[in-house]
Design a protein around this ligand. Structure first.
Ligand code: ADP
Ligand code: MG
Length: 238
């Protein structure tokens, strides 16, 4: 589960085209990174996949099903943002439980999933704390925990580490990569940071002005950048 295909997907805001017709396949279990400069359409593309924005044209399929007009909650995707959007008055446990409560999942199952998520994220000792008593990295883990318990077929991350300092960012990158290995679930990860892209991705999608300049593994892009933009962006010679 977790295969996502975009067929001729477009997005316009008013008369401005942000995404011209775009085609992309994200394979089940893949870690795909959308990378490109600020304003190139990374967040828009992720929001289209999540259903937080409607496409202006084209089709989105998730696990073979036409999801183009499906409400976000029905897409079985979980989005993690850079602003963790945790509830400050709730404990970590309650923050993580919240989406399950909304979905009407019974208490025993909620507890089981919380324990599993806390274990995977090294949060077991922090479940009764409030977000204000946690470090930035721990808060980001709670936000990821809240996504995990929904058992989505894919995770969507929008620059999740951009609020963290450089040292913490490196640690969190490794944690997210390890989590990907553990869960073996599709992850789509947006960043403007080429190092993040090169170190985390199975497949990198390089975007410029809403257009895919190249899709490939980090090694493909490094060895054979298709044009100067890609070469310049990932910092390899050409
Ligand atoms: P990125 O995430 O790569 O920085 P975005 O997807 O946020 O880029 O934005 C891509 C372009 O779409 C930008 O020019 C931005 O101004 C525009 N845009 C994004 N959302 C909206 C919106 N709701 N209304 C109008 N323009 C938007
Ligand atoms: Mg963005």
């Amino acid at each position: 589960m977790g295969r996502i295909t975009l067929e001729n997907v477009t997005k316009t805001f008013g008369d401005v085209t942000v995404i011209p017709p775009l085609n992309l396949t994200i394979e089940d279990g893949e870690f795909v990174v959308f990378v490109g400069p600020s304003g190139c359409g990374k967040s828009t593309l992720l929001r289209l996949i999540a259903g937080l924005e409607d496409v202006s044209g084209g089709q989105i399929r998730i696990d073979g099903e036409d999801a183009t007009n499906l409400a976000p909650a029905k897409r079985k995707l979980a989005m993690v943002f850079q602003s963790y959007a945790l509830y400050p008055h709730m404990t970590v446990r309650k923050n993580i439980a919240f989406p399950m409560k909304m979905a009407g999942i019974d208490q025993a199952e909620q507890d089981r999933r919380i324990e599993a998520a806390a274990k995977a994220l090294n949060l077991t000792d922090y479940l009764e704390r409030r977000p204000g008593q946690l470090s930035g990295g721990q808060r980001q883990r709670v936000a990821i925990g809240r996504a995990i318990v929904r058992e989505p077929s894919a995770f969507l991350f929008d620059e999740p580490l951009s609020n963290l300092d450089a040292a913490l960012r490196v640690g969190m990158r490794m944690e997210i990569s390890e989590l990907h290995k553990k869960l073996a679930t599709t992850m789509v990860y947006v960043t403007h940071d080429q190092v993040e892209a090169m170190t985390m991705a199975d497949k990198i999608v390089v975007l410029q002005a809403g257009v895919i300049e190249q899709v490939g593994s980090p090694l493909d892009l490094y060895r054979a950048p298709r044009n100067r933009f890609v070469a310049g962006f990932i910092g390899s010679p050409k």
